[in-house]
Design a protein around this ligand. Structure first.
Ligand code: FDA
Length: 582
């Protein structure tokens, strides 16, 4: 007999996208169920770089400190090293992930949070535990098989792998967070552009005390230019720190046309030995698995009542560390919209803004991540290491850079430049923080008529704060009595927030008069919040009496330069557009 379980939102998958969707929905009080295929959460480290924007999301969802407690801190992440093996010659380093002193200042100015390295097998339990504690119904060993939808909801057929039977879950909405081989996205007919299986990669997780090769140049990533390192994979051999300095993950390529090699322990150990370069260090291989580099993204993230997030709609290599970050941010964009539609505050039209806002981000990060792979080639090229050659020839080319010749001096310069150019992969602060939603695409952003000034510096490398509708609310340290807090700390928690200053009383009254809950924040001398450093005044781009309406996900939806008698009407009109009632 088939049982039917009911809920508001059914989430397929407990990876970063599904787990954070569940956490946000449960935080907002929306009933939800997660079904996930296996008996446990991720059992290998997988994604790890956790950027400031994601940390802001986790801060709002109340799990930032737990992540900080478990993650490798930023200052141990940042000496991305290029070498012939860990024990071998070093070719150069890039100060990465906000550890260049200038970039470090930019990180500090941009956000109250810090980037960190949180491996996926540690991240997922934090997200899932908090989600379950707040009400998510989690069903391990439950596999999504198919779905149908009608005007009122979605019916999914699920196999309980423990009992061996199938049953139905009836939900108002379905989130497909089922990863790179998403069956939900395929069943919903989401059109995907690009290509799967662009290159072959192998992950090898192992334990070894490598502190003697790493403690003096602490880093998350050590790139190894060894014979064979240009075949497949992510551009070179990679030794990645999982736990400093005794748990590691190697990423090594293979020729995707020839198929993955037999992943025996002997094979895995041989790769580890080649990349570590010191046979005297005891090594314990924990697991190895093959995967492919993909370059795919969906043009549309939704079909009717089905919404897909994470790798289900954008598939790309780990370069720039964007996988789990983007997945978590997708879920955060979607969750508040579902909440407001489900509780009747918003028209279902609001949900159209999910694709309008997130699909361009997905396209951008897939392109960025794949370009980063290609940008590793100049490092090899500088060593003449791209053309087929014997290991002896490669070592000779590498050694030649030490010669006192004009040719060697040019080679040294080429190598320095090629390594320094990798900042686009390892220090791309703008890629992390400059996401902007376009009012031309998304009705959940109200244009304010001002011309877009564009980016003053390279928008991939540098963050540029802005209070323009469609930008993330700028961070500034403000005070409330003796407490110092970020402007980011005044928003979120599933609500809209209106920020204004002295002279903006009409905006506060307007916010209080709306049906939808809007928190109000007044910043100025003698007000609820003060701006003692003048940081907020410098960043807000509006006069004191102007207003910013910030969405629950921290993006500015509406901006006005002054307060007049029409404030209530202007705000009501804006909300009608944002909430899909216009
Ligand atoms: P994710 O794949 O994490 O989760 C999908 C979830 O859906 C899983 O819980 C799965 O069990 C479940 N599921 C799938 N089908 C289902 C079904 N029919 N029914 C029920 N549940 C179903 N990234 C990176 O930055 N650095 C890295 O080194 C790596 N390495 C890496 C290794 C391996 C082996 C993988 C698979 C992936 C990586 N990644 C990575 C990519 C990174 O893990 C990825 O970008 C994020 O996990 C994406 O998160 P999602 O939640 O979208 O999918």
């Amino acid at each position: 007999v088939s049982t039917v379980v009911e809920t508001d939102v059914l989430i397929v998958g407990s990876g970063p996208a599904g787990a954070s969707a569940a956490l946000a929905l449960s935080t907002y009080g929306v009933p939800n169920i997660v079904v996930t295929r296996y008996a446990s959460l991720a059992d290998t480290p997988r994604a790890h770089i956790t950027n400031q924007r994601t940390m802001e999301v986790l801060r709002d969802l109340g799990v930032e400190q737990e992540v900080v407690a478990q993650a490798t801190p930023q200052h141990l992440m940042g000496n991305t090293t290029f070498c012939t093996s860990l024990a071998g010659e070093e070719l150069g380093r890039v100060r990465s992930w906000g550890n260049d002193p200038l970039v470090q200042a930019e990180h500090e100015l941009a956000s109250p949070t810090r980037m960190c390295d949180m491996p996926q097998h540690l991240m997922e339990p934090v997200l899932v535990n908090a989600a379950v504690a707040r009400g998510t119904g989690l069903r391990f060993q439950n596999e999504y098989l198919s779905h149908t939808q009608d005007a009122d909801g979605v019916t999914a057929t699920v196999r309980d792998r423990l009992r061996g039977d199938t049953y139905e879950i009836r939900a108002k909405y379905l989130i497909g967070a089922d990863g790179g081989r998403s069956k939900v996205a395929a069943d919903a007919g989401l059109p995907m552009g690009g290509q799967m299986g662009v290159a072959g990669s192998i992950n090898i997780v192992f334990e070894a005390d490598l502190s003697r090769y790493t403690a003096h140049r602490p880093s998350t990533l050590y790139w190894v230019l060894a014979p064979g390192a240009t075949v497949g994979g992510i551009g070179a051999g990679l030794v990645r720190c999982v736990r400093p300095w005794n748990e590691w993950l190697i990423v090594w390529g293979y020729d995707v046309n020839a198929g993955a090699p037999d992943l025996t322990t002997e094979y895995a150990e041989s790769v580890v030995r080649a990349l570590v370069g010191d046979d005297d260090i005891p090594v314990t291989v924990k697991s190895s698995s093959a995967w492919t580099v993909n370059e795919m993204y969906a043009e549309t993230y939704a079909g009717g009542r089905v919404f897909c997030a994470g790798d289900a709609v954008h598939r790309h290599p780990p370069s720039n560390g964007l996988g789990s970050n983007t997945s978590i941010q997708d879920a955060y964009n979607l969750a508040w919209k579902l909440k407001l539609v489900l509780d009747g505050t918003a028209h279902p039209r609001l949900l159209d803004s999910y694709t309008a806002e997130r699909a361009p981000v997905g396209r951008q990060i897939v392109t960025r991540a794949n370009r980063s792979i290609r940008e590793t080639a100049p490092v090899f090229k500088a060593l003449d290491g791209l053309s087929p050659q014997t290991p002896e020839q490669l070592w000779a080319n590498i050694a030649a850079r030490k010669d006192a010749t004009e040719a060697a001096e040019k080679q040294r310069a080429r190598l320095r430049e090629a390594i320094a150019f990798k900042v686009y992969e390892f220090n791309a602060h703008g890629v992390d923080l400059n996401q902007r939603y376009d009012a031309g695409d998304s009705a959940a952003i109200v244009p304010d008529g001002t011309p877009d000034p564009g980016f003053a510096r390279d928008s991939e490398l540098y963050h540029q704060p802005s209070s323009r509708p469609g930008a993330r609310l700028p961070h500034a340290w403000i005070t409330s009595g003796t407490r110092t807090l970020s402007t980011i700390d005044t928003i979120g928690r599933g609500r809209f927030t209106l920020l204004t200053g002295i002279g903006g009383e009409a905006w506060v009254r307007a916010a209080e008069a709306q049906e939808v809950e809007i928190a109000t924040v007044v910043i100025g001398p003698g007000q609820q919040y003060e701006d003692p450093y003048g940081d907020w005044a410098r960043l807000r781009e509006i006069p004191d009496a102007g207003a910013l309406l910030v969405r629950p996900d921290g993006f500015v939806a509406f901006r006005q330069a002054s307060a007049g008698p029409d404030a209530e009407e202007l705000l009501a009109d804006a909300l009608r557009r944002i909430l899909g009632h216009a």
